[in-house]
Design a protein around this ligand. Structure first.
Ligand code: C2O
Ligand code: CU
Length: 430
């Protein structure tokens, strides 16, 4: 924290090598290290600044996924940091506690930069969340779980060119958590909170445990649900997050897995991993467990948005790998939003392949899926939503505080090869 109270972080984008397997050096990229980046953490009401240095041989950017902030601080393709350059965005954290993340967003090269290892978590805290009875000791009973799949060449290098793969990107044959293959987490408390981030470029996961135990889903992308939801599965597409609280018995172990999932009527479910079962993270409980607080029955009392307040409805159709018939153009503004207003966005996937939909700057609420109220896992604040082919998602959001007619925010599919291909649009808030 500097003299005027700003919490300052340093992030250096750098190239290096990582030994994922013994005796094999893999070329990777990371922030402040060879692979992935540090967890950044700030509290609602704090001014933050990030000193970004790019030591890579090409330009990159750092986008604060899920963050409400001015467009010129957003880290999208209009804020690229050139090779050897620096950038210092600063903003006031003014949103509920949540598990956010950061990753590069350079024009047309996001898949490569993320895939080589550039991502990290950005955790936000607030007083309300502190009082929710959730495990909160970072690294002890509050665990970041960045899940990624990778594909390796015969000589152990990461590859984005997969033979016989799907055209949408890489479906890795190797799974890692926080950069570790075959990850194990020791648990020393009765309850453990996992902050799940799907940091993959293409693959979706349907998380559950091998003994089919239930857990409490307590948060989605934008923060705590109003109440915990007990379930035994949570499906996350690329970019989505969920926080879950798992109960452990002393001296036992359980495996977090990804199970066959519902991706909808896509042409090649197998190719997109809909049928896969994969080990993700093994939890091993100590023989004696420290007691944990009970998760509160009410987690958040954030006000809900009211459809009656919406002044504009926009429609977004993803079809033929384009958005409303167009592909991303850095020099074209697709939508103009008025600051301080509430809008409804109707999103639809009319392609026979998976897409999801992510909006910068805001957290939205899901009003309906095909006209019906959303399921519990979609009841909270979200910034990214999986869109099944042929289904219709009505989202409501409020654009607040930041207006700048010169600098756009993005909305796009977060399957990163689709995003790079141009399944992305730009909006300004004025
Ligand atoms: Cu996570 Cu526009 O990105
Ligand atoms: Cu897509």
């Amino acid at each position: 924290v500097d003299e005027d109270g700003t919490r300052v972080f340093q992030l250096t984008a750098q190239a290096g090598t990582t030994s994922f397997r013994e005796g094999v050096e893999t070329e990777t990229w990371g922030f402040n290290g060879d692979f992935l980046g540090p967890t950044l953490r700030a509290r609602r009401g704090e001014q933050v600044a990030v000193e970004v240095t790019n030591t890579l041989g090409e330009s990159t950017s750092v986008h604060w996924h899920g963050m409400h902030l001015p467009p010129e601080m957003d880290g999208g393709p209009h804020q690229e940091v050139e090779a050897g350059g620096t950038w210092r965005p600063t903003w006031l954290v003014d949103q509920p506690a949540a598990t956010l993340w950061y990753h590069p967003h350079p024009h047309g090269r996001t898949e490569k930069h993320v895939y080589l290892g550039m991502s990290g978590m950005f955790i936000l805290d607030d007083d309300g969340a502190d009082a929710a009875g959730l495990p909160a000791e970072y690294g002890v009973d509050d665990i970041p779980v960045i899940v990624q799949d990778k594909s390796f060449t015969a000589d152990g290098q990461l590859t984005l060119a997969q033979e016989n793969g799907v055209p949408s990107g890489v479906m890795g044959e190797v799974l890692m958590v926080n950069g570790t293959i075959g990850a194990v987490q020791e648990v020393t408390t009765e309850r453990v909170r996992l902050r799940l981030l799907n940091g993959s470029t293409l693959r979706s996961y349907n998380f559950g445990f091998d003994d089919d135990r239930s857990f409490q889903l307590v948060a989605s992308d934008g923060g705590l649900l109003s109440a915990p939801h007990e379930t035994n599965r949570i499906q996350l597409s690329p970019g989505e997050r969920a926080e879950i609280v798992v109960e452990m018995e002393p001296g036992t172990a359980t495996m977090l897995r990804s199970y066959p999932q519902r991706l909808g009527e896509i042409a090649d479910p197998e190719g997109y991993g809909a049928l896969d079962t994969l080990d993700v993270l093994r939890l091993e409980a100590a023989d004696e467990l420290a007691p944990s607080a009970v998760v509160a029955a009410q987690l958040s009392d954030e006000e809900r948005l009211d459809e009656a307040d919406a002044t504009t409805t926009r429609r977004f159709v993803m079809k033929n790998l384009a958005l409303n018939g167009q592909r991303m153009d850095m020099n074209r503004i697709d939508e103009v939003v008025t600051v301080g207003t509430t809008e409804v966005w109707e999103v639809r996937n009319d392609d026979p392949m998976p897409h999801n939909f992510h909006i910068h700057d805001v957290q939205f609420e899901v009003l309906s899926v095909d006209g019906a109220p959303p399921p519990p896992e979609l009841s909270g604040r979200k910034d990214t939503i999986y869109t099944e082919p042929g289904h219709e998602y009505r989202l409501i959001m409020r654009f607040e505080h930041y207006a700048n007619p010169e600098v756009p925010y993005m909305y796009h599919c977060h399957l990163l090869r689709h995003e790079d291909f141009g399944l992305m649009g730009q909006f300004v808030v004025v």
